[in-house]
Structure formats: C-alpha cells, structure tokens
Design a protein around this ligand. Structure first.
Ligand SMILES: [Zn+2]
Length: 318
C-alpha cells in the first residue's frame, strides 16, 4: 500500500519509499504546504507506517495498528493542539515532552502530531527543541505547517522537511471529474486553476465552500480567531443593511455554525471554514451562538431594528 493514498507528490513519495521499505523513518518530520495540500493525509500515513506491524510495505493500512491510527484511535499517536486557543501554548508542548518519557501503550513508537506547528511561539518551539535533540528511541514528531520558514532554524535543522506539491493539472482534473461527475468541464477547470492544483482546496471550491457571501467569509475568519475587532468591523457596517439583505447573511452564518457543530460530533468537515470553527470553538459555544442566530432571525421578522440586532450580535458572538 505504502503512500498511494496521497495523490501526486511523486518526488516526495520516491524519497520516502526506500525509508519505508527499510522501516527507518526519522524521528522528526516537518510537513509543509498550504491548506488542502495533503499534509494531514501524509501525517496519518507516516504515523501509520511508524505503528504498522505487518511485515509488508508499511503502512499496510489493514493491520490493527494501522487501522487504529487511521481512525484516530491509536493511544500512542497524540495530537498536540488546543482547539480553543489561538496559539499552541508552551504548557502544551511541555506536557507532550513529559508524556513522551512514558513508554508507548501498545505501539512501536509514540508519535506526536502538531497540526499547526506554525502557531507555536518561540517559547513553545524552544521547549520542543530540547526533546527533538534527545528523544527516547520510540519518540517521533510530525510538525505540520503552511511554511517551513515559520519554524525556528534550530527546529528545522533537526527535522527532515517534506514539502507537499500541487498536483499536476491532468491528475487534479481527473480526480475532480471522478469526485464531481455532475460538474461541467469549465467548473472543474476553474477549480483546478483557482486552487493552484491543491486538490483539497479544489474540492472545497466545487463543494460550494468557495462561494460564501463576503460577510460570511469574514465571519468565518473572525469567529474562530476570537477577533473582536474584526467582528466589530464586520457587524457595524451591517447595521445599515435592510432586513432583506441581513437575512441571507445570518442564515448562512447559522448554516456554517451548524456544520461546525456536526464536525465536532464526528461528521467529516464539508468545508475548511467549518473545520476551522469546529477546532477553535467548543460545542457549548457553538450551541449558544446557534441559538443567538436563530433568535436574531426570528426577531428580524418583527419590529426590532437591524442596528440593534447587529449591535447585540457583536456581544453575543464574541
Ligand atoms: Zn499496518
């Protein structure tokens, strides 16, 4: 099986093939590439390869260890992130560092995945550095980032860098034609172009995630970031909209938060926006925001002024 599940990226796969064959994966990798480039897929495959117990080419994807990794249930594959925080705190890195010295529960290795390594500040990266220098033999790190240059040179010098590439146009087109048989050739070609060949991004565009209202796109950025200023800059001008203009915007926000809540309970994320919100907001926060938006939509049918409604939302959607 090996890395076939990662599309394209032939150069990267051929670089890893002999290492996988010999079962000699390094203890630290940086996986870099933009959103939708396959970093998460590659991280899962590498973690599976590290735990795989089949004698065949790793990862086999069928043994019990591989399956646990792929379903996110392997006790020795640990994600280091706090969905509620904007950054990956130094405390979290220290916790992982301490945990690493406890032997694996059942796996061959203990694998720490940092899904947004670029959001670790310098103190976090320095804390990580100590264990990167002298990890226990079973310790492994997968650092995911949108750019390797966002990590300290000292970290980079201790990791093997794996840069994800866009898919070649023909391959990206064929995959999208398979996934979206109902779309026209023009729609597919446009998605290939707009995504720069990054398959995950192209799928999002074709799923409709690329056609959000401008206010929703801004909400989808400000809300998970807990950016009160951006939220104010978004909502204050909305006070001047008519009821008919405001209604579809709030409906779309409600849809987005409902999707994010579903993602939190295990549904695959339909859009990166829903994924981002689900990662940074708790279920209770989402439920409360959903209720506020439902109330706002009801009030909008009545006499309340749009100005008052937007003002209230600014406080309620903090
Ligand atoms: Zn396996």
């Amino acid at each position: 099986m090996s890395l076939d599940a990662l599309y394209g990226n032939e150069q990267l796969k051929s670089k890893l093939a002999p290492v996988l064959e010999a079962d000699r994966l390094s203890h630290a990798y940086i996986l870099s590439g933009p959103q939708g480039s396959g970093k998460h897929t590659l991280a899962r495959l590498l973690a599976a390869a590290m735990e795989c117990t089949s004698g065949r080419t790793r990862p086999c994807l069928v043994c019990a260890q591989c399956r646990k990794v792929l379903s996110g249930n392997h006790p020795d594959v640990i994600t280091v992130d706090d969905e509620k925080k904007k950054t990956v705190s130094v405390e979290l890195v220290r916790e992982a560092r301490t945990d690493m010295y406890l032997r694996p529960n059942e796996g061959r290795r203990k694998v720490y995945i940092f899904p947004r390594a670029m959001d670790m500040g310098a103190p976090g990266q320095n804390a990580l550095l100590k264990v990167l220098e002298e990890p226990p033999a079973y310790g492994a790190f997968l650092l995911l980032t949108d750019g390797a240059q966002r990590l300290l040179p000292t970290i980079r010098s201790r990791c093997v860098e794996l840069q994800l590439s866009p898919l070649e146009t023909g391959l990206c087109t064929r995959l999208l034609e398979r996934d979206f048989p109902q779309k026209t050739g023009e729609q597919i070609a446009s998605a290939v172009l707009r995504s720069g060949g990054f398959y995950g991004q192209a799928k999002t565009l074709l799923s409709g995630g690329g056609e959000l209202l401008p206010q929703t796109a801004r909400f989808a950025a400000a809300y998970p970031a807990r950016d009160a200023l951006a939220m104010a800059e978004l909502l204050v001008p909305m006070e001047r909209l008519s009821r008919d203009q405001l209604q579809p915007i709030l409906t779309e926000w409600l849809g987005l938060l409902t999707e994010a809540l579903a993602v939190r309970s295990g549904t695959p994320a339909p859009t990166p926006e829903a994924a981002a919100i689900s990662q940074s907001r708790s279920g209770a926060e989402l439920m409360s925001a959903i209720r506020r938006l439902q109330e706002a939509l009801e009030l909008l049918q009545g006499n309340i002024s749009v100005g008052a409604l937007c003002g209230a939302l600014q406080v309620q959607l903090r």
